[in-house]
Design a protein around this ligand. Structure first.
Ligand SMILES: *Cc1c(COP(=O)(O)O)cnc(C)c1O
Length: 804
């Protein structure tokens, strides 16, 4: 670990006067505003720039050091980076919170409002994009030479609101204001081709694209803890090769004149708002190729600036593909090596494979990307030919069964391409990696048994504990010092304190502070009142059938029935809080949102529920809202159908902040359970093996419903319109589906879920026992730091060093 002196060297601690002058300077000379005329946003931009200035020195230093020492560089290619706000993160990282609070206050500007004025950078849908953001933070903190590469979408994930309880979507607009953290790199631009034809002359192929757009890089420095290292996130924006055509303009045809720019800019205009199904759209394929090709061109250019033998690429670089979205990297790198650097196919393929590594994120067939070969051939003709060649080459180099093939039924299977083109393939939790070996990649795993490895996901303790939970942060720092921030295993020092009454009381007080902070926020934003002494029972994540928000709201409805029947029972007062967006085209998920809001409205207006049960669903769940909700949670709902959640990272954030988990044996829940101990987590439901066996035996939801009167009753109520009197048939299909199909096994798990929730009620009444478990969750979650995950990738996959 780095000494304090070294940290001071890298980021000279500015005195308050210098910081104040810098803010004034930027307000005046960068934003061009007089303090008397400055808006909150003007002030925010000035403060952001003053803070940004401080990370430039370590950024240059790191870049220089990596270059002079010729360190192995890691390139993390991800279609999504769900970053959230950057200003507060940078301020806390550099330890400037107190100083800035007072400086900004002295300008008569509201410091808290200034921080929340920043829009979330929402360049991702959910877990996958958030993982990439946590990894960027950890790669800098452990001192690994890394670049993140992605797309600078003009519009990130849509804003969600509710209209009559239905989800409504609105375009998101984070770039409407200046984004003060990025540097445009007009000199780092690459032409990216699409379509056209390939001419072959002997061994040499020449691709002449029909259409070309420019990829222009925008760099954001990503400082590690206390600025001790800084990597770069380079996001590509699509620009036209020429802005407009003069000839139609002169004729007065302004639309035609602007056509080239409209076409090009469409590519990086908007994030696809879907996370668990594959998009078979041409624009999506173009986005994938666009950012992958630009990144590879940049990577090869950087390598060749200081090396001359492309055969040595694998020694100098490691490329990680975050899911199959950048899997076109394999044929693209082969193309560059063959067509631009004169390598023969087999050598080119081996070099490419030596550089590439692939992270699988899902086993669900509907989420595995497949592109029709005619689309691929039309958009990327050279790549289509190379994919055929790679498939052929693989068929010849191993004795593979019929089932193994990249090209299948007129489609390119991107998962198989990624696997065959990668040195290592990793899953994101122990269970997921095992299932990968047994299911989607069973045959490929048997052919290449050394290839699949596991790296269980993690989350950055900076954003997800230190920054979002100031109350707990202070308690931890007072009690065990601050080293946990970069060495989360140190939280183990809390173990003996779980039995210390005074410490438990302080831990509980921190939770209470966070619950009040959330209650205040919801009072302001939604006008609703929450009792902070009730159990905050929270499920926040994308709305998806496999995540089973439906089971949670059915439980709420069953609880409503049970409380009405027996109001005098000692029910644990509960507030069920939901957060999450549905993909705009996902009908079932959107209906689930409406059902949550319909059942919620019914429960919330029943006076008998006062102080007993309440449903809250604040709209537009995003990173910033997660930062408010997570520290306030008592209970974390991680209730996916076993075998379907690859890992989860929300589960980790909640547990490390002292929420107890109610969960199935799925994804990283299993490892969380092993870490915190079975007494401190509520596990229920079928296992992944039981789910598979139940399906194989012919699952019959009706028999489960018949055996569980609570479930039967609420399904009757929902089907008869008890929660939707304005439209009694609204949920007919949903209920029929549950009764007859229920692919996600809500009915099979409901009894077990009900029983565990009853145990949770009992556990809640034992306040000391609950707080003891909460402390033990925080104390034992150190392993789930993304610093640990990144060290694992560096060691097992990238063969790259870390400075800290
Ligand atoms: C962590 C996070 C996720 C992932 O949550 P899961 O529960 O693992 O699906 C999604 N969205 C946001 C905003 C997050 O912070």
């Amino acid at each position: 670990m780095l000494s304090e002196a070294k940290i001071q060297d890298l980021v000279p601690e500015p005195d308050a006067a210098a910081l104040r002058r810098s803010i004034e300077y930027h307000l005046k000379y960068t934003t061009g505003k007089d303090p008397s005329a400055a808006t909150l946003t003007d002030w925010r931009l000035a403060v952001s720039r003053a803070v940004r200035d401080l990370v430039i020195a370590p950024w240059f230093e790191t870049t220089q050091r990596v270059y002079t020492e010729d360190q192995k560089r890691v390139y993390y290619l991800s279609m999504e980076f769900l970053i959230g706000r950057l200003l507060e993160d940078a301020i806390l990282n550099l330890g400037l919170d107190d100083k800035l609070r007072s400086i900004v206050g002295n300008f008569d500007v509201d410091y808290a409002a200034l921080l929340t004025d920043e829009p979330d950078a929402a360049l991702g849908n959910g877990g996958l994009g958030r993982l990439a953001a946590c990894f960027m933070d950890s790669m800098s903190t452990v001192g690994l030479a890394a670049y993140g590469y992605g797309i600078r979408y003009n519009h990130g994930l849509f804003r969600q609101s509710f209209e009559n309880g239905w989800q409504a979507e609105e375009a998101e607009d984070w770039l409407r204001q200046t984004h003060p953290w990025e540097f445009e790199r007009p000199e780092a631009h690459y032409p990216i081709g699409f379509g056209g034809a390939v001419s072959v002359d002997g061994a040499k192929a020449t691709w002449t694209p029909a259409e070309t757009v420019l990829a222009v890089g925008y760099d954001t420095p990503v400082p590690g803890w206390r600025g001790r290292w800084s990597n770069t996130l380079r996001l590509w924006s699509a620009k036209p090769e020429r802005e407009f055509d003069l000839e139609p303009f002169n004729r007065g045809d302004y639309m035609a004149a602007a056509a080239p720019s409209v076409l090009a800019e469409t590519i990086s205009r908007v994030l696809y708002p879907d996370d668990t199904t594959a998009q078979g759209k041409e624009l999506r394929l173009k986005q994938e190729y666009f950012f992958t090709a630009a990144s590879l061109a940049d990577i090869v250019r950087r390598f060749l600036a200081h090396h001359d033998d492309v055969a040595k690429l694998p020694q100098s670089i490691a490329i990680q593909l975050n899911d199959t979205h950048p899997a076109i990297a394999c044929p693209e790198l082969v193309r560059l090596l063959m067509d631009h650097h004169g390598q023969p196919f087999e050598t080119a393929f081996e070099i490419a494979r030596g550089c590439l590594h692939y992270t699988n994120h899902t086993l669900m067939p509907e989420a595995l990307e497949r592109w029709p070969t005619d689309l691929m051939g039309r958009v990327l003709p050279r790549h289509m030919a190379l994919i055929e060649r790679i498939d052929d080459h693989h068929a010849k180099s191993v004795k593979r069964p019929e089932s193994v093939k990249i090209l299948d039924g007129g489609e390119v299977r991107m998962g198989d391409l990624a696997f065959i083109g990668a040195r290592r393939v990793n899953g994101v939790s122990a269970l997921h990696t095992e299932l990968m070996k047994q299911t989607v990649f069973k045959d490929l795993h048997e052919l290449h048994p050394e290839r699949v490895v596991n790296q269980t996901n993690g989350v950055t303790p900076r954003r997800w504990l230190y920054n979002c939970n100031p109350a707990l942060r202070s308690l931890l720092n007072d009690t065990i010092g601050e080293t946990w921030v970069t060495d989360l295993d140190r939280l183990e020092a809390l173990l003996p304190l779980a039995d210390d009454t005074a410490f438990r009381a302080r831990f509980a007080a921190a939770k209470d502070t966070n619950k009040r902070r959330l209650a205040d926020h919801l009072k302001h934003s939604m006008g609703i009142t929450l009792d902070p002494t009730a159990m905050f029972d929270i499920q926040i994540k994308r709305i998806h059938e496999y995540k089973r928000q439906l089971m949670n709201i059915l439980h709420a409805a069953a609880l409503w029935n049970a409380i009405r029947q027996n109001p005098e029972k000692n029910w644990a007062p509960r507030i069920k809080i939901f957060g999450g967006k549905a993909a705009p085209g996902y009908v079932m998920a959107k209906l689930a949102i409406k059902l949550i809001n319909d059942i919620g409205a019914t429960i919330n207006k029943d006076p008998a529920m006062a102080g007993r049960l309440q449903i809250v669903y604040p709209p537009n769940y995003n990173v910033s809202m997660a930062e408010l909700l997570i520290p306030a949670a008592d209970l974390s709902e991680q209730i996916s159908t076993a075998g379907m959640e690859a890992s989860g990272t929300g589960n980790m954030k909640l547990s490390v902040n002292g929420a107890l988990t109610v969960g199935t044996l799925d994804g990283a829940n299993i490892e969380i359970g092993e870490a915190v101990g079975s007494d401190n987590i509520f596990i229920f439901g079928l296992t992944a093996a039981e789910v598979a066996a139940t399906r194989a035996a012919g699952y019959d939801p009706a028999s489960h419903i018949a055996a569980e009167p609570r479930l039967a009753e609420i399904l009757e109520q929902i089907a008869s319109g008890a929660f939707s009197p304005d439209d009694p048939g609204r949920y007919t299909d949903l209920v029929t589906n549950l009764r007859e199909h229920d692919w996600f096994m809500v009915a099979a798990d409901f009894s077990s879920y009900w029983d565990i929730q009853s145990k949770i009620d009992e556990a809640w009444h034992d306040r000391d026992g609950w707080h003891r478990s909460a402390v033990l969750n925080t104390a034992r979650m150190g392993w789930f730091s993304s610093d640990r995950t990144i060290r694992g990738y560096a060691r097992d996959i990238w063969n790259a060093g870390t400075a800290y």
